[in-house]
Design a protein. Sequence first.
Length: 166
Amino acid sequence: MKNIRMTFALFIGLVLFSESQAQTVRNFSLPGEENQNVQFKDIQGDVLTVIDFWTSWCKPCLKAIPELIHLHEKYDSLGVAFIGINADGPRSVSKALPLAKSLGVNYPILFDTSGELISELNVTAFPTLLIIDRQRKVVFTHEGFSKNDGALIDEAIREALTINRE
């Protein structure tokens, strides 16, 4: 019983520490699909925003995109926006938008060819997915993508929606 109490206390402490250390996303601006600058505030969700950092050369990124399209369709009407941020460099960025369209991406794609936002948000692997609440706090981060990660991300969105519907 003592171990259960200690484990529970540790869990609560970690949750509170995580909440106090939550990263905030600023109102960034990046080039969009028509090469126009798009501000985050103009495309963020009413309740949550899911940002997927990806590249055209990353095989796990390309496996994640169909799952993200499905989740976008599932949660769009609930105030959850999806944004793809492509991190290809200047030499390969021209492949990104045609590739995204061929995969059926139906959410906005932005381009961070300089890597400035990626550095600011400490993105160190591709794909990296962030779930951001309406106060622009990062409430969930996931790196990489494998077989069951779609279900994990779905669950994280459901939990974040439950917390952020208040």
